[in-house]
Design a protein around this ligand. Structure first.
Ligand code: PBG
Length: 324
């Protein structure tokens, strides 16, 4: 007699039982944009459905997000005034610091993650101090450490450096520890590519470089061995969790990074991935819900323990209703 295995697909219950990838709301991180001002909730045209909040309307966002079952958010700040060195990033009364204080007080259960970068705060839109037309690594690292510390002191549970300067994770860890903030977690954008998929974000955050691009500090999309080196260095310097960014176009990188290291690994499904799906769905060309669910499953299957995504509310809803 010949043994013939059955396919484990005939009913939904069997498919669910045999599923190799399972998602849960605890994996989700929802990015949010905070801008200076009062009483502001404004649409971001390039990212339909996403909004910017002022610190006073931020609690409304937090309430909706917590009610949706999302437990972690990632904050980006848009200051009113920008300067050459991005001083708004570490200002004790900066837009992010204000939002963190009010948020942490009213929603102590929420995990507050903060993007650490200078591009939203510099007049030239680059991620650090300039020397001529290039970013000056070492002085920038000092400013990033100051920024992370000020975010931690304002209430951030997790700081997430996204600048891609060399040595920033170690400098941030040192600054945090020296100030007694040794419990603050570092979630490093260890593997961040110079990607055109960040296009809509730059409109959302007003952070398009005034000249040139970010290829001298962000990674070359042709490289994957370099991703392993970047991740290794960040972990050696004290990164507690690491991220690969963008998401879907870089699943091979995510999978290799996940296999190589034993720290929690995140994938950032970036603004361009969001807006592409939104635009196609608005035209009736894609079934938005199914594409969003499939994208999240693919990120998790490739190795993501954490998924940073603008679709977090939709995903949480599907999970709550047992559809994902
Ligand atoms: C800041 C930063 C960027 C993103 C996250 N942090 C923009 C960039 O590097 O140009 C992109 C996020 C997205 O596209 O959703 N450096």
């Amino acid at each position: 007699m010949i043994f013939r295995p059955r396919r484990l697909r005939r009913t939904a219950a069997i498919r669910d039982m045999a599923a190799e990838t399972r998602l849960s709301p605890s994996m989700l991180v929802y990015p949010v944009f905070i801008r200076e001002g009062k009483n502001i909730i404004e649409d971001i045209p390039a990212m339909p459905g996403q909004k910017r909040y002022s610190p006073d309307t931020f609690p409304k966002f937090l309430e909706e997000t917590a009610n949706a079952g999302i437990k972690s958010i990632l904050l980006f700040g848009l200051p009113e005034h920008k300067d050459e060195c991005g001083s708004g990033a570490w200002d004790e009364n900066g837009v992010i610091q204000q939002a963190l204080r009010v948020g942490k007080k009213n929603f102590p259960e929420m995990t507050f993650m903060c993007d650490v970068c200078l591009c939203e705060y510099t007049s030239h839109g680059h991620c650090g101090l300039l020397k001529g037309e290039t970013v000056d690594n070492d002085p920038t690292v000092e400013l990033l450490a100051k920024t992370a510390l000020s975010q931690a002191q304002a209430g951030a549970d997790v700081v997430a450096p996204s600048d891609m300067m060399d040595g920033r994770v170690g400098a941030i860890r040192e600054a945090l520890d020296a100030a007694g903030m040794d419990e603050t977690i570092i979630f490093s954008y260890a593997v961040k590519y110079a990607s055109a998929f960040y296009g809509p974000f730059r409109e959302a955050a007003g952070s398009t470089p005034a000249f040139g691009d970010r290829r001298s500090y962000q990674m070359d999309p042709r490289n994957v061995r370099e991703a392993l080196r970047e991740a290794e260095l960040d972990i050696e310097e004290g990164a507690d969790m690491i991220m690969v960014k963008p998401g879907l176009p870089y699943l091979d990188v995510l999978s290799k990074v996940k296999d190589a290291f034993d720290v929690p690994t995140g994938a950032y499904c970036v603004s361009g991935e969001y807006s592409m799906i939104k635009a196609a769905a608005a035209n009736g060309w894609l079934d938005e819900e199914r594409v969003v669910a499939e994208s999240a499953v693919c990120l998790a299957r490739a190795g993501a323990d954490i998924i940073v995504t603008y679709f977090a509310p939709e995903l949480a809803k599907m999970m709550k209703e047992g559809r994902l």
